[in-house]
Design a protein around this ligand. Sequence first.
Ligand code: ZN
Length: 225
Amino acid sequence: MQSSRTSAKRLLALALGLGLASAALGTATPASAHTAAPDTTRAAYAPHAGTGESAAGNKAFFEAVLKSVAEKQAANPSLKSVTVYYNASQAPSFASQIASAASIWNSSVSNVKLQATSGTGDFAYYEGNDARGSYASTDGHGRGYVFLDYAQNQEYDSIRVVAHETGHVLGLPDHYEGPCSELMSGGGPGPSCTNRYPDATERAKVEQLWANGLAKALQKVDHVR
Ligand SMILES: [Zn+2]
């Protein structure tokens, strides 16, 4: 059994071992956040032709969230459960959908929890217009964010869109070819799909990824690099 100090150091070392860019922890702004991110770090809601972007985007986003959580955990070694904090203040039009998505996930899994904060979260939601639709990405400073596109959220079920993007926060990849019963099939099944809940397989994946806390999740990310 490690001392809490050792565990904290180890967590931070694991987080830094993810090879993310500098530990600069500036707060992302909508404009710089979503124009600064190269296409290779985006994970869109709907599939695009010839994309190899999604997997890279999912991974970069999840690593950014993990790194942020790890730093908080290292600063407060007594924290036992894994809570991922989000700031939704820059996506005011989607306040209710974001709250619903968090509640959907919190009622679907138990090893990791989502909680709103008005301070610096582990990731943030933004809203605006982007022809490429909604996506999860990183801001170039190692911080993750979810961008919600107005038009796409009118065409598709908005809570499903937000719950899908939030699925990336918890480590799930896109699976556009899947059925509507999967949350991570995203826009694949088309706008008529209104399922807002992860299926049993998706829930099990998240539970497994976050089982035994943060250190385990970090190690798993390291192993798939
Ligand atoms: Zn996605």
